[in-house]
Design a protein around this ligand. Structure first.
Ligand SMILES: [Zn+2]
Length: 410
């Protein structure tokens, strides 16, 4: 049996000023076409006339484009505008669909609130060089944070605040399979060890990456001393570009190998639900407020980002989906402070970065292994009850509040 999996990948774009200007124009034209077609249809509704659907509306679009007043529409790629009309048609159909009682008749788009447009085709994606091709805008760089999997079906460009984003919709087919193994494993992700498994094995972090990072900093200092755009400067720039590529490749390679190994051996993989984006934000945002802590925290966050835990989890999910296995995400609270034997929760259980010793029952183990055992235990509980229960404690680990969507029982 086959199944089709649909996924969306969203990245921040880094357009140059020319491209950003075009995006503003495209979004503006998109909003104009939507609002104009919507106004026509609302008027027809009032007059009890039948609605105009996509075919009629696209005829109107052609008229607007050739008119003097709305000639600015000609500078915009036609597909996003047609897409706006298709979206409007769908919005009307949903609005009148009795099976979708929550849907309402479409609304007017406001400037700054719904700046977006979609390409149904004509785009290109180059992941190695982190850029997308948008018809009539050109190649735009994006912040590549994860691998895009599957065939790209469409791309939506949208604005939030002063930033532009691309949302890439993909589709891929996988065999519905039964995983060859039946085992379940907990994974603790850390700094000194990249991953510790609840069976006691562990994966060392990618040390070559640190070395390459140092080398990169060194080469960048060299670049800053050269005359901009001179022959030597260009040569140095090349060296840096190649280093960037080497680092990205080394990281991808490491994450692929590690996730493949774990996925091959275990049907069910339990990981901590770490909100990577939030973690790095919280350290950046509060540097002035709390001096020392934040320094340590941003060090931690740098390592998290270096090691690509988010990417690692998304690789795991993809590989498990392909092999008929699964990934469970559990609440990361207290995983490093809870005793796996007697469930006693205390900060004092943690003797050092690597040593765990329960103050109640004396259970001793490597702290990362304790984390992995607790993660596995939570996975079992999640499967058994559907809800994760946690022993509440006044002691709080510094955990992002968006993770605490699970039930706490006293
Ligand atoms: Zn204990």
């Amino acid at each position: 049996m086959k199944q089709i999996i649909r996924k969306a990948f969203k990245f921040r774009l880094n357009p140059n000023s020319d491209q950003a200007q075009k995006m503003v124009e495209f979004a503006g034209a998109n909003r104009f076409v939507w609002n104009k077609a919507l106004a026509m249809n609302l008027f027809r509704l009032e007059q009890k006339q039948p609605l105009l659907w996509y075919n009629e509306l696209s005829f109107w679009l052609k008229l607007w484009k050739s008119s003097e007043d709305y000639g600015f529409l000609k500078t915009v790629h036609s597909q996003p505008l047609q897409q706006a009309l298709k979206n409007l048609e769908k919005a009307f159909k949903d609005g009148f669909d009795k099976k979708q009682p929550l849907k309402r008749i479409p609304k007017f788009k406001k400037k700054g609130l719904s700046d977006s447009f979609r390409y149904p085709q004509g785009f290109k994606l180059e992941q190695e060089s982190s850029k997308v091709f948008l018809p009539k805008i050109g190649w735009v760089k994006y912040r590549n944070s994860r691998q895009v999997i599957g065939d790209v079906k469409n791309m939506t460009i949208s604005r939030k605040g002063s930033y532009w984003y691309v949302s890439i919709q993909t589709e891929y087919e996988t065999e519905l399979k039964r995983h060859s193994s039946t085992s379940m494993i907990g994974v603790d992700m850390g700094i000194t060890r990249f991953a510790t498994l609840s069976d006691g094995s562990y994966v060392e972090p990618l040390n070559s990456f640190r070395k390459l990072s140092k080398k990169l900093a060194f080469e960048q200092r060299k670049l800053s001393k050269k005359v901009r755009f001179s022959a030597n400067w260009k040569k140095q720039k090349q060296i840096i570009t190649r280093l960037h590529e080497r680092i990205a490749n080394a990281r991808l390679d490491f994450l692929h190998k590690t996730s493949t190994e774990i996925s091959k051996n275990h049907a069910m993989v339990v990981v901590e639900n770490l909100k990577i984006g939030n973690m790095s934000k919280s350290a950046k945002g509060s540097v002035e407020k709390h001096g020392k802590n934040v320094k340590a925290k941003s060090g931690l966050n740098k390592s998290i980002l270096d090691q690509g835990w988010g990417m690692f989890v998304s690789f795991l999910e993809y590989k498990q989906a392909c092999s008929g296995g699964d990934v469970l995400k559990v609440n990361p609270q207290y995983t490093s402070q809870t005793c796996p034997r007697c469930q006693h929760v205390s900060h004092d259980n943690r003797k050092s970065q690597s040593a765990f010793e329960c103050t109640e029952c004396g259970f001793k183990a490597n702290a990362d292994l304790v984390g992995a055992l607790n993660v596995l235990e939570r996975g079992h509980r999640l499967l058994a009850c559907g809800v994760e229960t946690l022993v509440s404690s006044k002691k709080q680990e510094p955990v992002d509040s968006s993770n605490t969507n699970l039930l706490l029982t006293a």
